[in-house]
Design a binder for this molecule. Structure first.
Ligand code: PA5
Length: 463
């Protein structure tokens, strides 16, 4: 019997959280919208617009990636992902979920030949300098990932690290690089062709935040020894499970419906709270997926409306001592999604200490009790919450979870009636950065930016 993830939404319903909950009739009404939404999603898929739905079935590519990893890993110790946003967060989520929590500190034998993984996901100079202090470039693979092939953060880090590499290995630098980018355009594609660098493609119809099951996420996962075939199998099985208009049988649609209904019931904040450190990276990945896809200015008959739930991440039990007070007694503006794990990889016994009540129990029991306690406290205070349970954390269950959230995002886009697959706000930020950094072709933008900056620097507002 395969390990199937489950979504329990009882604590979202009026029966359990009173007037703050959803009535069974409201879900019934939405059932017809699910059929419409699924039809639209399937039409877009057939039109080749939703490439993320095809990724779980690309087993040939997974084999090619696994073969590359097997051969190259033998010669190296470290793997650095140079990318940002959708070109880094999936890599971090997979690593955190599916590898030892102290992976980079394990000896090679403990890593079964998998490489240490570093994903700076920023251009903070201290982070890059710190990374260069600890890695031996001669034993390192650098995976430069950018769908556009032009993002300033990615290219800048690449230049910095390439320089380091050339100083250490000279002309052999290109043998240490893997490029993951668009099939035909962008600076990185030209570079790969010019230097004959090992490379993979990001399909044109797969956006950054939907790309974790493409080479963007799979290459680093394979180099750390994650079973990427199982990851894709989990995603494919979730896709098949969601191939129904029946809301009660389609977890992706159901997740989106619940979030959508709560949004319009004045709960714009969507908290994802794993009771497992391993899944905290998934909450971070989801934060980008949900925010960038659904935070949109939409046109409604010539008027702009500003839409989008605000995703927040929290960690159980850690945030019981930080955020949970706010969730239980603060404004009634949130819906909480717990990520729960039935069976952890380890069981840690608490030794007996006199007749202390904790002695003889386990950390597993304590964490479970904390999760249950928080769920009960929220529910008894009329705070809607739902729980996604993974029987255990494995490539197969994580594949299901990530894919369910991707598909839920597509459903939410349909319900909110907005384009979940573009990111004009991100693009604006990128263009202004290009202008400020003097990229050719952005001279007019630069003048606008400078005029704007001059306004904001008025001294009288400076304390
Ligand atoms: O999801 C997205 O589209 C973005 O977050 C991108 O992933 C991010 O901006 C990086 O873009 P690129 O992969 O083109 O460098």
């Amino acid at each position: 019997m395969p390990d199937i993830i489950r979504l329990n939404y009882a604590n979202c319903m009026k029966d359990l959280v009173g007037e703050n909950g959803i009535a069974a009739e409201e879900l019934k009404v939405l059932e017809s919208k699910v059929a419409e939404a699924r039809k639209s999603i399937m039409e877009q898929k057939v039109a080749g617009k939703l490439g993320f739905m095809e990724l779980p079935y690309n087993r040939g590519l997974a084999k090619k990636i696994a073969d590359t990893a097997r051969t190259m890993s033998k010669k190296f110790e470290n793997f650095v992902v140079i990318g940002i946003g959708g070109s880094a967060l999936g890599n971090i989520a997979l690593q955190q979920a599916l590898r030892h929590p102290q992976w980079n500190l394990l000896p090679r034998k403990g890593r079964k030949g998998g490489l240490r993984l570093f994903v700076p996901d920023n251009v903070d100079p201290d982070v890059l300098a710190g990374l260069m202090d600890v890695i031996d470039a001669r034993k390192t693979v650098f995976n430069v990932i950018s769908k556009s092939g032009t993002t300033a953060e990615c290219i800048a880090n690449y230049f910095v690290l390439r320089n380091l590499l050339e100083k250490k290995v000279g002309k052999k630098a290109k043998d240490h690089i893997i490029i993951t980018t668009d099939a035909s355009k962008g600076y990185l594609r030209e570079l790969a062709a010019k230097e004959g660098i090992v490379n993979f493609e990001v399909p044109g119809n797969v956006g950054g935040r939907f790309s974790v099951m493409s080479p963007v996420g799979l290459v680093s996962a394979a180099f750390t020894g994650i079973d990427i075939k199982e990851l894709l199998a989990g995603a494919a099985d979730m896709n098949e499970r969601c191939a129904t208009d029946r809301l009660s049988e389609n977890p992706a649609a159901l997740y989106a419906v619940l979030q959508f209904l709560f949004y319009w019931q004045k709960r714009p904040i969507s908290v994802m709270m794993p009771y497992s450190n391993a899944l905290y990276g998934v909450a971070d990945w989801y934060r980008q997926l949900w925010a960038e896809s659904l935070g949109k200015k939409a046109d409604r008959g010539g008027n702009s409306v500003f839409l989008g739930p605000t995703p927040v991440k929290a960690l159980g039990a850690t945030d019981q001592h930080s955020q949970v007070q706010l969730y239980i007694e603060g404004p009634q503006d949130k819906v909480i999604t717990f990520l729960s794990v039935e069976k952890f990889n380890n069981a840690v016994k608490i030794p007996k200490f006199g007749d202390h009540y904790l002695g003889g129990r386990s950390l597993n029991e304590l964490l479970k009790a904390e999760e249950e306690a928080t769920r009960l406290a929220l529910t008894s205070e009329g705070r809607p919450n739902l729980t996604v349970t993974l029987p255990k954390i494995s490539p197969y269950t994580v594949g299901q979870l990530l894919y369910m959230l991707e598909l839920a995002t597509a459903y939410a886009g349909e319900f909110f009636n907005l384009n979940a697959f573009d990111q004009p706000g991100v693009e604006l930020g990128k263009q202004l950065t290009y202008a400020l950094m003097g990229r050719a072709g952005f001279e007019d933008r630069k003048k606008e930016v400078e005029a704007q900056l001059a306004k904001t620097k008025v001294q009288s507002y400076l304390v």
